[in-house]
Structures are given as C-alpha cells and as structure tokens.
Design a protein around this ligand. Structure first.
Ligand SMILES: C[S@@+](CC[C@H](N)C(=O)[O-])C[C@H]1O[C@@H](n2cnc3c(N)ncnc32)[C@H](O)[C@@H]1O
Length: 206
C-alpha cells in the first residue's frame, strides 16, 4: 500500500521510536519529519539516528498544523485511534500534501480494541473489547493498555472513511488486515487473527 518514497518529502504522524522514518530515509526519501506527542518516544527515535535526513518534532495530532503542499507522502501507523478529531487532522493532511500526494495509515480496527492484557476482554469501563460493545457509540473509551487509563477515540469505519472523502481525498485501498496462509503455516498462533481484523489500513490520494 506504500508509494515509492524515493525523492519524496515524508511526514510520519505519531512516529513513536521512528522505525518508519528510518525506513523511508533508507528508501530514498529526501526528508522525513517524524511527529509525536511523547518526548520519551522522540528521544529514543533521535538516539537511533541518523543525524541528517530525519527531523523529529513534538506535536499533538489534535492541534497539528502543517505547511501547505509541503509533503509528497504522509504516513501514520497505529496513532489515529488516539486522535479525537480526525476530520480536522485529515483536512490538515490534505492541504499539506502536494497534488497527487499519498496518505497511508493504519489504525486499530474499531471492531476490536487492544485490551488491558492479552486475554482480558473488557475495557476500563467494563465494556467488551471484542467484539466491541456499542460499536455505533462513538467517542472516548478508556483502557488500561500498557499504562492505566489510556484514552482511545472509537469511531466507526464509516466515520473514518467519510472524513477522508469530505476532506477531499480519493480512497485507493482499504484493508482489514489478516495474516496470509503462509504466515499462519509458519506461525500457527496467528490463526487466531482470522477471528477478526485487529487493524484497518487505508491508502488515499490528494
Ligand atoms: C502505538 S504507537 C505507534 C508508534 C509508531 N507509529 C509505530 O507504528 O511503531 C502510537 C504513537 O502515537 C503517539 N500519540 C498518541 N497520541 C498522540 C497525539 N495526540 N499526537 C501525537 N502523537 C500521539 C504515541 O506517543 C505513540 O508514539
């Protein structure tokens, strides 16, 4: 689902430890901007180098502003379910892309919310995380995911895709991730992932 990044100006929204920023840099991106709310994540990302070609900045995706037409490719992996207002973010991304620029993201699939611990099936408010209770009730959901009281913003697939369309994007591909048969043969415990998609992946174009 990724475009060719060589020669591209790339932004990674919620870049964490920066592994995708490094991948884009190694694959020929002319410049990569990694944005994250967490100073600790960014410190780890910076420490991993390289010293040139990638810039890391602190930013809240709910308050983000980006210069007009300043990127060819905007990427985000598993960060958008922490964003309250995706419509605002998608509009920001749309105007920040050059015409024809790509936006590819993954997000936690709204039918499933990563629970407190493997095997625990309720969130901090006692709602089922798989299949999620009250799928059609959008808004914040609190879970003890790595830390206590983590807030995720639950949205239906329709809301996410319509926000893209209304922001002016053309949607190229929507993927509800499943492991391949070969991956399951190599790692049988992956068969559990056929039960439901954990991730929603979308590629779109300005
Ligand atoms: C599950 S991690 C994914 C990190 C990385 N993209 C990856 O795939 O390895 C989610 C990241 O989103 C960041 N994040 C959460 N809410 C954010 C916000 N409002 N603004 C910016 N970053 C945020 C977190 O600090 C964390 O680094």
């Amino acid at each position: 689902m990724l475009p060719d990044v060589s020669g591209s100006r790339v932004a990674d929204l919620g870049c964490g430890f920066g592994w995708f920023c490094r991948w884009a840099h190694e694959h020929g991106a002319v410049h990569v901007l990694g944005l994250d709310l967490s100073e600790k994540m960014l410190a780890r990302a910076r420490a991993a180098g390289p010293d040139a070609g990638i810039t890391y900045e602190t930013a809240d995706l709910d308050q983000l502003s980006l210069r007009q037409a300043s990127f060819d490719f905007v990427y985000s992996s598993l960060a958008l379910h922490y964003v309250e207002d995706v419509m605002r973010l998608f509009r920001t991304v749309h105007q920040a892309l050059a015409p024809g620029g790509h936006f590819v993201f993954s997000t936690e699939h709204p039918i499933f919310m990563a629970p407190t611990n493997p095997g625990w099936a309720i969130d901090a408010e006692g709602r089922k995380t798989w299949p999620v209770d009250q799928y059609l009730v959008e808004g914040p959901r609190r879970t003890d995911w790595l830390a206590k009281g983590v807030v995720k913003h639950h949205r239906t697939i329709g809301t996410t895709l319509n926000a893209l369309i209304r922001s002016g994007f053309t949607i190229d591909h929507v993927e509800e991730f499943r492991p391949t048969d070969a991956q399951i043969a190599a790692k049988p415990e992956l068969a559990e992932e056929l039960e439901r998609p954990m991730f929603l992946l979308v590629s779109a174009r300005r």
